[in-house]
Write a new protein. Structure first.
Length: 70
């Protein structure tokens, strides 16, 4: 029974943190545009598939040289 003296305040504090996090996310705009990213996937930009864009994506990255200190 004594454990309830610890668990009830911890549950209230945890619930308060969750409610604060929800209101913070709403205030910071996390839920402003829920459908925009889904539509951006479907309506992607066709200009990204031009030959010049593909040629630049084929370039090799410079090799890294690992220099060990002895």
């Amino acid at each position: 029974m004594e454990i309830l003296y610890l668990l009830v305040p911890l549950a209230v504090i945890l619930a308060g943190v969750i409610v604060w996090g929800f209101f913070w996310s709403v205030k910071s705009g996390q839920f402003d545009d829920l459908e925009g990213p889904a539509h951006q996937i479907i309506m992607d930009d066709d200009r990204a598939t031009t030959p010049s864009a593909n040629a630049s994506s084929r370039r090799r990255a410079p090799r890294r040289v690992n220099k060990r200190r002895h």
